[in-house]
Ligand binder design. Structure first.
Ligand code: 5AD
Ligand code: SF4
Length: 461
C-alpha cells in the first residue's frame, strides 16, 4: 500500500535495471532545501536503475537514506535525533542498511560512520552514482564512505524520479563560489558548475509532456549559470525555457543580488510565463555587517536592484532571507535591518538566527551575540515581517487572481490549494463549478479574506 508506483524507466535506467538491488525497498527522507529534494529524486533514479523499488514506509524498507542539511546547527541536531530513533528499526531489522547523504555527510564525513552503531554509509552530494555499490557492500557488512567533491558532476544524464504533483524542480547548476563568510555550502557542495542549456530545455519540454505545469530552476546561485558550451547565461536560459514551454509556469531560486543583472530582470518582464516573483536574499540591512558577510553589495546597491525590478516588472512579488545576530551585530545594525524590511516591504521572508559553522571564515570571527539577544531580534523581525505580509495580502481582497491548482488544501481536504504566479498560497472550496476542475488547471479565484501567509477565496464564475 505504501509503495509508490514508478514511472516508466528511461532507456538508461532500463539498461541498469537488471542489476543487484532487485526487489529491495528503498526509503529516503529529505531535509533542507529544494536542491536536496531534487537530489533525492536523482538518488531514487540511480537506485531504481539498479532494481530497487521505492517505499514510503520505513517498516517496509531494506535501505534507509537520510538526505541531510548542514546549513545551521539545528538542522544537524535534527538528524542526530532521527538517527537515535532509527535504532528501533535497526533492532527489528538488523539487515537494514542506513546511509547519511547530503551536506551533513560531506561536512562530518567519517565521524558519522557507525554513529549510534547505525550509520553504514556516508555519501556526499557529488558521489551519488556510487550509492548502489556502497549499499551492496554494506549488505555484506562493510562500512562505506564517498565524499569527494567534483568540478564536473551535474547528474545531467539522469532523469530524476518525480513522485508527486504538477510542479517539478530542475537543477541547472551545482555548487557555489560566493563564499559568504557564514555559509557552509561552498564546502559541502563544492565549486560552481552548470548543466548544458539544451539539456535543461529538453527536460522542461519532457516535463510539460508528462503533465507538469510548473518548473523551478534550481541552483545555489542561479545568476552565475553559464552554459558550458558558451550558449548563454541565466537570462538566455530563462528565455530559452520560456519559449520552449510557453504555457509552463517558470520559477527559479536562489538569486544573489550581486549578480542580478538588468538583462535578467528585463527577460523576466518579457515572458508572461516567467513568474513575477523573486527570492532575493539580503541577509542584513547594515553595510558593515554585509561587508563582514562578504556579500559584495551595499544596502544602497541592493535597493537599486529592487527599484529596477519594481520599475520593470510591475506587481513582482519579493521575498528574502535574513540572518540576525551575526558576529559583532549591534542593536544599531539590527535597527537598520528592521528599516530595510520597512523600506522594501517584502511579501515574505525566511528569518534565521546566526549559527556558526566550522571551517567558514565567520567561524573564526566568534559568535559574540548572546542567544537571548538573537532570539529577541528574531522575534522583532518576524513580527514586523508578519505585519507587512498581512498588510500586503489584505490589498488582494476583492481581486480575482489566477491560481494553478496543486491539490487538496493541507489543512482541510474539502478545499483546494494552489498558488498565484506571485507564489502566494490560495485556498478555496471544492464546491459547485470547482468540483469539475482538476489539479494542474489554472482557475480564477476571487479573494475574500487573507492572513499573513494565505489568501482565501471562491472560484470566480
Ligand atoms: N546561520 C544562519 N543562517 C544561515 N544561512 C546560511 N548560513 C547560515 C548560518 N550559518 C541562511 C542564509 C541563506 C539561507 C539559505 O540560510 O540566510 O540565504
Ligand atoms: Fe551560501 Fe552565499 Fe553561496 Fe548562498 S551565495 S549558498 S549564502 S555562500
Amino acid at each position: 500500500m505504501h509503495t509508490l508506483e514508478l514511472p516508466v524507466l528511461t532507456e538508461q535506467q532500463q539498461l541498469l535495471s537488471s542489476a543487484d538491488g532487485a526487489g529491495r525497498a528503498l526509503y529516503v527522507e529529505t531535509y533542507g532545501c529544494q536542491m536536496n529534494l531534487n537530489d533525492t529524486e536523482i538518488v531514487q533514479a540511480i537506485m531504481a536503475g539498479q532494481g530497487y523499488r521505492l517505499t514510503t514506509s520505513i517498516e517496509d524498507a531494506d535501505v534507509v537514506l537520510l538526505n541531510t542539511c548542514a546549513i545551521r546547527d539545528n538542522a544537524e541536531r535534527k538528524i542526530h535525533e532521527r538517527l537515535k530513533h532509527l535504532r528501533y528499526w535497526r533492532k527489528r531489522k538488523p539487515q537494514m542498511v542506513v546511509g547519511v547523504l547530503g551536506c551533513m555527510a560531506e561536512r562530518l564525513r567519517s565521524s558519522l560512520l557507525g554513529e549510534q552503531g547505525l550509520v553504514d554509509i556516508v555519501v556526499g552530494p557529488d558521489e551519488y552514482r556510487r550509492l548502489p555499490e556502497l549499499v551492496e557492500r554494506a549488505f555484506e557488512g562493510e562500512l562505506g564512505i564517498a565524499v569527494k567533491l567534483s568540478r564536473v558532476e551535474t547528474y545531467d544524464d539522469i532523469t530524476p524520479i518525480r513522485t508527486q504533483g504538477i510542479s517539478a524542480w530542475i537543477s541547472i547548476m551545482r555548487g557555489c563560489d560566493k563564499f559568504c563568510t557564514f555559509c557552509v555550502v561552498p564546502f559541502t557542495r563544492g565549486r560552481e558548475r552548470s548543466r548544458p542549456l539544451a539539456s535543461i530545455v529538453r527536460e522542461a519540454e519532457n516535463l510539460w509532456e508528462q503533465g507538469f505545469r510548473e518548473v523551478t530552476l534550481l541552483g545555489q546561485n542561479v545568476n552565475s549559470y553559464r552554459d558550458p558550451g558558451g550558449a548563454g547565461d541565466f537570462a538566455d536560459l530563462l528565455a530559452a525555457v520560456a519559449t520552449a514551454v510557453p504555457h509552463m509556469r517558470i520559477r527559479y531560486t536562489t538569486s544573489h543580488p550581486y549578480d542580478m543583472s538588468d538583462r535578467l530582470i528585463e527577460t523576466m518582464a518579457a515572458y508572461a510565463n516567467i513568474c513575477p516573483y523573486i527570492h532575493l536574499p539580503v541577509q542584513s540591512g547594515s553595510n558593515r555587517i554585509l561587508q563582514l558577510m562578504n556579500r559584495h553589495y551595499t544596502v544602497e546597491q541592493y535597493l537599486g536592484r529592487i527599484e529596477k525590478i519594481r520599475a520593470t516588472i510591475p506587481g513582482c512579488a519579493l521575498s528574502t532571507d535574513i540572518i540576525v545576530g551575526f558576529c559583532t551585530e549591534t542593536d544599531e545594525d539590527h535597527q537598520q535591518t528592521l528599516e530595510l524590511l520597512r523600506t522594501v516591504r517584502y511579501d515574505g521572508a525566511y528569518m534565521f538566527k546566526y549559527s556558526p559553522r566550522e571551517n567558514t571564515k565567520a567561524w573564526k570571527m566568534g559568535d559574540d551575540v548572546p542567544d537571548h539577544v538573537k532570539s529577541q531580534r528574531l522575534d522583532e523581525i518576524i513580527q514586523l515581517q508578519n505585519r507587512i505580509s498581512w498588510e500586503i495580502n489584505q490589498t488582494e481582497i476583492g481581486r480575482t487572481v489566477e491560481v494553478l491548482v496543486e491539490g487538496p488544501s493541507k489543512r482541510d481536504s474539502t478545499q483546494w490549494q494552489g498558488r498565484t504566479d506571485t507564489n502566494k498560497v490560495v485556498v478555496f472550496p471544492h464546491i459547485g463549478a470547482t468540483a469539475g476542475y482538476i489539479v494542474g488547471d489554472v482557475v480564477k479565484v476571487r479573494i475574500e479574506r487573507a492572513t499573513s501567509a494565505t489568501l482565501l477565496g471562491c472560484i470566480a464564475e
